[in-house]
Design a protein around this ligand. Structure first.
Ligand code: COA
Length: 188
């Protein structure tokens, strides 16, 4: 009786092991697939022709005209992530207009919901870092809602550190929330 239970335990373990191997294989396949798909992702600066898609996928509450005006702004560079001719991610790199500044602010990072968690946010931030560096920026700054569980781990993984907390730094639906202030030294 005892021996029988033992052998069925053993068979169960073999079965579980097989299932585990199949799951690892599927995870491996999905990573390979994601890597192959990300090859089709292109990152570039926004152009006027993108306004309609940015409005549809990123800022549905703004008008196309408002977005076109923003694309024309001189000291802000708008980064888009494009996949199969569709804009699925966005961020703004804002340079300071005061003399001698060597900091810029990265803001409005957004990835369309069904494209999240495959590395697009990371790719946009890395692109922004390169763009900032090419323009003489030495410290890249950003602000994130202190409770933003998606953005803060991403920024920390990319080497941003929190240098302060702005209590009640923004107001959402009438409620004050804290802002995590983050920075990253580029290239040095
Ligand atoms: C924040 C946001 C841009 C992240 O974009 P994304 O494409 O999903 O991020 P990535 O896939 O590049 O994630 C990179 C890293 O961030 C972290 N991360 C992303 N989403 C996460 C989540 N839901 N939980 C925990 N960590 C997460 C992971 O550590 C991940 O690293 P890994 O790939 O090694 O696992 C996206 O969630 C978004 O658009 N959110 C709404 C808008 C927003 O909050 N913007 C930030 C304003 S400050």
């Amino acid at each position: 009786m005892k021996r029988k239970r033992k052998s069925s335990n053993f068979l169960e373990r073999v079965e579980n092991h097989k299932k585990l191997r199949v799951s690892y294989f599927l995870i491996y396949l999905s990573i390979l697939f994601t890597m192959a798909e990300l090859q089709n992702l292109s990152l570039r600066e926004a152009e006027l022709r993108d306004a309609e898609q940015i409005q549809r996928n990123i800022f549905p509450n703004k008008t196309i005209e408002q977005i076109e005006n923003r694309i024309n702004s001189a000291h802000k560079r708008r980064i888009v992530a494009e996949y199969n001719n569709e804009i699925i991610g966005y961020a703004v790199l804002a340079f300071r207009t005061v003399p001698h500044a060597h900091t810029a602010l990265l803001h409005s990072l957004f990835v369309k919901e069904n494209f999240r968690n495959v590395g697009i946010g990371r790719a946009i931030v890395e692109y922004a870092e390169r763009l900032a560096l090419q323009n003489g920026i030495e410290i890249l700054l950003l602000e994130a809602g202190a409770e933003n569980k998606n953005a803060i781990p991403l920024y920390k993984k990319l080497g941003f550190e929190e240098y302060g907390l702005l209590k009640n730094g923004y107001k959402k639906d009438g409620n004050y929330k804290d802002l995590a202030l983050m920075k990253k030294s580029l290239g040095k």
